[in-house]
Design a protein around this ligand. Structure first.
Ligand code: FE
Ligand code: FE
Ligand code: MG
Length: 159
């Protein structure tokens, strides 16, 4: 019996795929932190409502990191365990929050989502018809990012 390994059924260069997934993984950790710390530090009216949405997003970003890490391991790759490398491997480069104002924090979150959407759209094009499992994982994540983007736009309109 032929045993099909995960590496045999994908038709994209493995090394390149793993590099992209590593970027996605560290970006999701950055996004998790950006939302989590934003929820802690925002000031001003509407703080409670916005903080609760930011905390929900932080949990969702962490679950994206989880799905991506699982896929990296399935593909025989290693997840990056060195926090000092996170910035080096990042694509969307999370920057420190520059103000405790709700509007500023939300605008920075929005930038992060827009970067993620572009990145995942590219990753879908890269894996389409060539790596069905990664494609399906990333498709679900992209749906969440589009929802995040819309949630933030709505919050910005309500301020
Ligand atoms: Fe995410
Ligand atoms: Fe997101
Ligand atoms: Mg939401």
């Amino acid at each position: 019996m032929t045993v099909l390994k995960v590496k045999d059924i994908i038709k994209v260069p493995l090394k390149e795929l793993l590099a992209k997934l590593t970027t996605a993984y560290v970006d999701e950790l950055g996004a998790t932190y950006q939302y989590w710390v934003g929820a802690k530090i925002i000031q001003g009216s509407g703080r409670t409502t916005v903080a609760s949405e930011l905390n929900t997003h932080a949990q969702e970003e962490l679950s994206h990191a989880e799905s991506i890490a699982t896929r990296i391991i399935q593909l025989g790759g290693q997840i990056n365990i060195y926090p000092q490398d996170w910035h080096k491997k990042a694509g969307c480069h999370y920057k420190a929050i520059s103000s405790t104002k709700i509007i500023t924090v939300l605008k920075e979150n929005l930038k992060g989502e827009q970067c993620a959407i572009e990145f995942y759209n590219g990753l879908l094009n890269f894996t389409q018809g060539k790596d069905h499992v990664t494609y399906s994982i990333i498709e679900k994540i992209l749906e969440d990012e589009l929802e995040h983007e819309q949630d933030i736009i709505t919050l910005l309109e309500e301020i």
